[in-house]
Design a protein around this ligand. Structure first.
Ligand code: SIN
Length: 278
């Protein structure tokens, strides 16, 4: 197996392994070590069925729980990230976020497999949150040290959220199911240690953070915006360019991510699984 760093803030390409076949414990351990080092791994030229994608996911943890998006028909754990060539709905997942950080036990990681990839655009961006914390000015760090963030899916998936009832009328091809359950909140430390490497990093961002425990919204929101601007600076970002038949796995404990557009007139389809908390 060869692992070649992207040369950017995180990310590496992995070749020399066939993910359509069962993997030995040694290979799984090597992939896990590379994942913890680079946070985002891309495996080009993999011909995978949904069964292969599920098998690969389960080498790294149980399936995570995916609320608000219906799985593919006949599958419990595979979601379609889909956009039709003529779709006019706002882009899905264009804001920086960490998958499902509003859960009590958020997922370790996410796997995304490219099926229909447009000739240009549609890159996914990743922001390394260990690097963002390491380089953070002491003054900003002092404002967030020891603070607990209030996470919630309400701005995205409540009936009046971005993907709520009004969104359904925009002709979105993804099967999103808004719900009042999105109003629930969950606390997580803003600065926390990665559970496997022990490395400190920033966890999640204003995409799913609705406030800060013990602070008024008047004080918390400007601080969350200041933090967001720092977390997503170009210096911490890896731009991932997709190819068909490429699998990417990212570590939600280490990176933020977001989708980008720029492929109007072309369809884009990827299948996604979630690596649950260990
Ligand atoms: C996602 O956030 O799961 C989707 C990312 C993308 O479409 O690039």
């Amino acid at each position: 197996m060869d692992v070649v760093s992207s040369g950017q803030a995180c990310g590496a390409a992995v070749t020399g392994v066939d993910l359509s076949q069962p993997l030995s414990d040694t290979v799984v351990a090597d992939i896990r070590a590379a994942w913890l080092e680079h946070h985002v791994l891309a495996f080009p030229d993999q011909r995978l069925t949904d069964d292969d994608l599920e098998r690969f996911t389960l080498y790294f943890g149980p399936f995570g729980e995916d609320p608000f998006i219906a799985p593919l028909p006949g599958r419990e754990h595979v979601l379609a990230i889909r956009r039709e060539a003529d779709e006019r709905a706002p882009l899905f997942a264009e804001n920086w976020h960490t998958d499902w950080s509003f859960q009590e036990h958020p997922p370790q990681g996410t796997c995304l497999y490219g099926i229909a990839i447009p000739p240009t655009g549609g890159d996914t961006l990743y922001a390394n949150q260990h690097a963002a914390l390491d380089a953070m000015p002491a003054k900003l760090r002092g404002k967030i040290d020891g603070k607990m963030a209030i996470h919630s899916a309400k701005n995205a998936y409540a009936p009046d959220g971005t993907y709520g009832e009004a969104d359904a009328a925009k002709g979105r091809s993804m099967d999103i199911r808004p719900s009042n359950e999105a109003e629930a909140t969950q606390l997580h430390a803003i600065i926390r240690k990665h559970p496997e490497t022990g490395r400190e990093g920033l966890y999640s961002c204003i995409g799913y953070i609705a406030g800060i425990e013990g602070m008024s919204q008047e004080d918390a929101l400007p601080l969350l915006m200041e933090l967001y601007e720092w977390q997503t600076r170009d210096a911490f970002v890896y731009r991932h360019r997709w190819q068909p038949n490429m699998l990417v796995m990212w570590d939600n404990r280490s990176v933020l991510h977001r989708a980008t557009g720029g492929y109007e007139g072309h369809a884009r389809l990827l299948h996604r699984t979630t690596i649950g908390s260990a």
